[in-house]
Design a binder for this molecule. Structure first.
Ligand SMILES: *Cc1c(COP(=O)(O)O)cnc(C)c1O
Length: 399
């Protein structure tokens, strides 16, 4: 069987980017640790420096290990090409820099990952790119924001702090009518649960650090792009000196093999926690697009085929800080730390108010973000339930 887009995602995740019989039958691709790569003759040395050379020339450029991983991600995403870079953030910045030049205009969703926003404000604007933020729920209304110099639209769905779902096909249609390229941060759903290219996206970024790696021990990102953009994004990433170490590439590729079973469990646990939280008296709102109560639920059902383990909830207003500390400090199964997508559960208090300009975050209560790990759901509910009990009793004592 040829590697093919006709295979289903779970089959691709198992087989893509592996060629055992090129390597003594060993199931997994070998790890190449390489900086210097030798050419055997003067003629081959000269050929290896020319554009269009498809062999190896230097460790930063590519190795059999990076090729194997990029080949697997390309097939998984149904992309024309993929480049692996040193973090999810590097995927975002390189993808954007491949699309915009001084004097041009970029539209960015208002719920974008915070560091994306800071790159747009602190770096792109310094280099003469004007950035306008748009309401993630704008849909086809985005047509009104295009200017003659608008060249790109950057989306993310759901937002990884506030979980709004954007109508990606409507935004992409408007962008393409205007001749603008559509980028998307697809870290939440990965290609397993959202087929970005089928919904009109031209360039996808994903933080491999999260679900693809899946074990909280690798920083890496990918940019997967269509035929038009695969070349330019690779070139930009390489201009910036991006490359990844062989061991990290190996771990990322190994993570792909179990992505589907892990994400299924993360997703089930997340949805179970989210619907249980809806019944808790301390909670005013649960932000999970898989819940019928979520404003983006219909869009999520139309465009996504599942949910990952990351979601938010808002506490009722009025809980003092010491009660929040009593809740969080006593949790046994949920760690407090940035990142997500690993096998373990996490919880964080967040405040998105200062990360907004096109919309306002006006929930009066404390926003919390949960990553559901692979633990037993009954233990996860019991631990968080005990935490919410501590929140209430510490508040009663204070009050
Ligand atoms: C974590 C994250 C990134 C950045 O990935 P790093 O590997 O941490 O740089 C990008 N987008 C989203 C939505 C993320 O959660």
């Amino acid at each position: 069987m040829k590697p093919g887009s006709s295979r289903r995602k779970r089959t691709q995740l198992t087989h893509a980017g592996r060629h055992p019989h090129d390597n003594h039958g060993v199931v997994n691709p070998p790890v190449y640790h390489a900086s210097t790569i030798l050419q055997p003759t003067l003629a081959q040395w000269e050929a290896s420096r020319k554009p269009g050379w498809t062999g190896y020339r230097y460790g930063r450029w590519s190795t059999p290990t990076s090729n194997a991983f990029e080949e697997a991600v390309t097939e998984f995403y149904g992309a024309a090409g993929t480049v692996a870079v040193s973090s999810g953030k590097a995927a975002i910045t390189n993808a954007l820099l491949a699309c915009v030049s001084p004097g041009q205009h970029l539209l960015v969703t208002d719920n974008a990952y915070g560091p994306t926003r800071r790159f747009s404000d602190a770096f792109l604007s310094r280099f003469g790119v004007e950035v306008t933020y748009f309401d993630p729920e704008i849909g086809a209304g985005i047509a009104g924001l295009f200017r003659p110099e608008t060249v790109a639209v950057y989306t993310e769905a759901p937002g990884s702090h506030t979980f709004e779902i954007s109508d990606i096909p409507a935004i992409a249609t408007a962008a393409h009518r205007h001749g603008a390229v559509v980028l998307m941060d697809n870290t939440w759903a990965s290609a397993l649960y959202f087929d970005a290219f089928a919904h009109g996206v031209d360039i996808v970024v994903e933080a491999v650090t999260k679900y693809i790696c899946g074990h909280s021990d690798v920083m890496m990102g990918v940019i997967a792009a269509n035929e038009t953009w695969a070349g330019p994004v690779r070139e930009m990433a390489k201009l910036h000196g991006n490359g990844c170490g062989g061991d990290d590439l190996y771990l990322a590729q190994r993570g792909l093999r179990t992505l589907a079973v892990r994400m299924e469990q993360n997703g089930q646990n997340g949805l179970a926690l989210a619907s249980w939280l809806e019944s808790r008296p301390e909670v005013s709102r649960v932000l999970h697009p898989g819940l019928p109560s979520h404003p983006g639920h219909a869009l999520w059902k139309r465009d996504f085929t599942g949910s990952s383990g990351l979601f938010g909830f808002v506490l009722k207003p009025g809980y003092p800080r010491n009660a929040l500390a009593a809740m969080l400090d006593g949790l046994e199964l949920y760690g407090m730390g940035a990142s997500w997508g690993g096998y373990e559960s996490l919880i964080l208090p967040l405040d998105p108010t200062s990360d907004r300009t096109a919309t306002t975050w006006d929930e009066p209560g404390q926003l919390m973000r949960v990553h559901a790990g692979l633990e037993d759901i009954d233990d996860l509910i019991a631990d968080l339930g005990a935490g919410l009990d501590r929140l209430s009793s510490a508040t009663a004592r204070t009050g």
